[in-house]
Design a protein around this ligand. Sequence first.
Ligand code: IMP
Ligand code: MG
Length: 177
Amino acid sequence: MSDFYNPEVFISEEEIAMRVAALAHEITRDFPNSELVVICVLKGAFVFCSDLIKQIQLPLQLEFISLSSYHDSTQSSGHVKIDLDINVSIEGKHVLIVEDIVDTGLTINFLMNLLKSRNPKTLKLASLLYKPAKQIHDVKIDYLAFEVEDKFVIGYGLDYAGRYRELPYIGILNAGH
Ligand code: IMP
Ligand code: MG
């Protein structure tokens, strides 16, 4: 296989596994005797969310939501659209959103406001990655695995034009090419 399909490792599987375990531990500790509704933001967060929920020691319900703000490009199009909504009520529930990356904050800001309007008991955010360089919207990430520099990252669920989601590690697009 060519290098195109094997980008250089930026964050290794081992580093990811350690942070995921630490976040799952924090989440478990923060919600004693509670049930969670975990909302996985498709498609990017599905790998992270899958690993995370396996280690959260709480009863939980898993839901999926799909939003689009990027259209096969490395630039945000500046608007967010719901492609798939959850179909359960979150009123009075402890809700944890699981996202792949907070870049400008546009997507998550939109989603947090939308879910807040549905009156959850608590609304928290777990994100695999955070790119502070591009932030426009103020976003509080309750559980963050890694802060990253302003590079386009791929793998472990994150894509570039639909590719690379299956990489078990996080790489940087075109690094070294
Ligand atoms: P934001 O709305 O600008 O915060 O962008 C969030 C969304 O853009 C994420 O959920 C990703 O789908 C996508 N995105 C932003 N930066 C990257 C990146 O470096 N790699 C892959 N996807 C990214
Ligand atoms: Mg996303």
